[in-house]
Design a binder for this molecule. Sequence first.
Ligand SMILES: [Zn+2]
Length: 256
Amino acid sequence: MELIDTHCHLYDPALTEDIDEVIRRALAAGVSRFYLPAIDRESESSMLGLEKRYPDICFAMQGLHPCSVKADVEEALQHAEQSLAGRLFAAIGETGLDFYWDRSFEKEQYRAFHRQIEWALDLNLPIVIHSRESIDQTIAVVREHQKGNLRGIFHCFNNDEQSAKKIVGLGFYLGIGGTLTYKNSKLPEAIREIGLENIVLETDAPYLPPMPFRGKRNESSYLTYVAEKLAQIKGISVEEIAHITTANALKIFSKA
Ligand SMILES: [Zn+2]
């Protein structure tokens, strides 16, 4: 069984101390590739350092997280843009809109999101989208740019069926993670009618661990718990889930 963790912050300080063990456990569990979303300039060198340490299995993205959009947004975007000109990244991201923590840079969040979508189109790269308390606004921005060439993932999707269908209608994938396993989660219902051809798996490690690890540190080996829960919901084998979601991930991140 082969799984791909399409979204994990394995370079996060919470994981650095025993990262070799974390990766060894994930490989033993069948997780063969790790896609590392960028957050900001401060964490970039640890992300690139990890990619260098594991060049065949860890793949870095480039971008600016909406929660990292502050008054220095222009400098941050310029930095990312220069970096993108210098080498090939797996994707643009993570980018998007987050109105949960702080709306004081809302205008700048929009500007950064639009700009990063333009990069994705120019460079023919997938885009990895973060949306919190902003799903309608985020979908509207994607719709505005979707002329058939934009592709990517709504990472950590945790909204309702209507939003899921809109995202799939835009040709995007849903990144499904640990929240699927939570008691009282509405996510199983929201994705009941969504085809597996529009789903990829992620941990978002070190955040949002699946049951029974809720409240603890998340790591990529726990991706099997998400795959098993999805298999249960869809009424098919976990091997089949792995086969389809892995093929989806490879398709998204390969140069189209
Ligand atoms: Zn993330």
